[in-house]
Design a protein around this ligand. Sequence first.
Ligand code: SF4
Ligand code: SF4
Length: 131
Amino acid sequence: MNKNGKAFPIPVRTNYSCSKCPAYCCSYPEIEVSSRDIERLAKHFDLSYRDAEERFTKYDAKEKVRLLRHRQDRVFATVCMFLDQKKRRCTVYEARPGVCRNYPDSPRCGYYEFLKFERAHQDDPKFIALT
Ligand code: SF4
Ligand code: SF4
């Protein structure tokens, strides 16, 4: 505990490096957004809630949730519309949805482990592993 009675933050070591990854998690077809996420995106783009909801999300009637819209990608079949497909980075990082903030919610990322293994195996540090 520190002098304010708060526990010291424990640094968490992660086994993945998103900057070396082609953003596989942004290709997940079901990236769910909450109304708070839509509000944040609306504010970021200076849009109304309804416009942001319409432009950036689609309704999944089966699951009764709203999902981020996708577009075609040259690496994976489709990716979130907010991914910069050249740099493989999020273009709305500060306003990204909660689910993106929390992912992978663990010190390990399964895809990155697979990617590292394939890159070592192929002896190519830029190899892109497709699942
Ligand atoms: S798949 Fe894993 S390593 Fe790649 S961007 Fe997502 S969290 Fe990062
Ligand atoms: S909002 Fe950003 S982090 Fe989330 S899926 Fe889209 S590109 Fe990836």
